[in-house]
Design a binder for this molecule. Structure first.
Ligand code: KIV
Length: 302
């Protein structure tokens, strides 16, 4: 897909015409893309086309991601760590999520507005009851999210069913679930032993049966996530540190762009290394996921 970048003349003309800040000038259209919907994501999965997901937290990065062809933008509660300087995602509030979801949902319309918007329910906003989850999920849906993500398996199954029956698409999240990092004893690979792999598989099937239409697998051995991906026919798996066999991939924006002074997690690739612009790095990420060159099981997985 050839990408057309706006020329300085286009940008100047757009400013004179009063185009809102950061909006792609109509004179420089992107390759025409259809909006992403749930049926389209499932259709991509059944055709074997990899789904690309990336986090974004503000209007400008969301617009650039949309222009770069990223299919799904996740307003992850990782914003607690990358935007707010927290040690974990546990301190992120519903108000924080609402603010960032509104910003992203507005931002994608500066490009083509095609991306599918997923927002995390933060810690403490869905554990009490399924009714609590519905009230909090409604806030994020009204802020512009198309889909809600929540962490965990087992007890979450009924909550997922409750939300889906009421018209809220749900992305589940198994493996390393950062909101329960204290209970897990750290950021460790999950599902390594036979028993924990079996439990993870059982929970994944239950979530699919309850209506989850996407499942993030975080820090799960590549072989296990490959097997699960083949078994879950109508719930595409999205991996992060879960190897190359998943139906799609997700990365945190700051990791993808190498904006991190610390040690990068093993599953990250810095796409700025071979790119000259942020949009170029995002396009390289999309291309690498689609053509299967990222991630590499031997390098980025367990
Ligand atoms: O919060 C987040 O960014 C996430 C992704 C790492 C999947 O949950």
């Amino acid at each position: 897909m050839a990408t057309v970048h706006p020329s300085p003349a286009d940008l100047a003309a757009a400013q004179l015409a009063g185009t809102p800040y950061g909006t792609l000038p109509p004179a420089s259209p992107l390759a025409n893309r259809k909006p992403i919907s749930l049926p389209r994501l499932l259709e991509m999965h059944s055709r074997g086309e990899k789904i690309t997901v990336m986090t974004a937290y503000d209007a400008t990065f969301a617009a650039v991601a949309d222009a770069a062809g990223v299919e799904c933008i996740l307003i992850g509660d990782s914003l607690g760590m990358v935007c707010q300087g927290l040690h974990s995602t546990v301190g992120v509030t519903l108000d924080d999520m609402r603010y960032h979801t509104r910003s992203v949902a507005r931002g994608i319309h500066r490009a083509q507005g095609t991306a599918w918007v997923i927002a995390d329910l933060p810690f403490g906003t869905y554990q009490e009851s399924k009714e609590q989850a519905l009230r909090r999920a409604s806030v994020l849906t009204q802020a512009g999210a198309h889909m809600i993500k929540l962490e965990g398996g087992g007890w979450t199954t009924e909550t997922v069913r409750f939300l889906v029956e009421r018209g809220i698409p749900v992305c589940a999240h198994l493996g390393l679930t950062p909101q329960t990092v204290h209970a897990l004893g750290g950021y460790r690979v999950q599902g390594k032993s036979g028993a924990s792999a079996e439990l993870l598989k059982k929970q994944a099937h239950e979530l699919q049966d309850a209506g989850a239409s996407m499942l993030v697998l975080e820090m799960v051995p590549a072989e296990l996530s490959r097997e699960l991906t083949q078994e879950l026919t109508h719930c595409p798996t999205i991996g992060i540190g879960a190897g190359n066999g998943t139906a799609g991939q997700v990365l945190v924006l700051h990791d993808l762009l190498g904006v991190n002074l610390g040690k990068m997690p093993k599953f990250v690739r810095n796409f700025m290394d071979d790119s000259h612009s942020i949009r170029g790095a995002m396009e390289a990420y999309v291309a690498a996921v689609k053509n299967g060159s990222f991630p590499v099981d031997a390098t980025h997985a367990w």
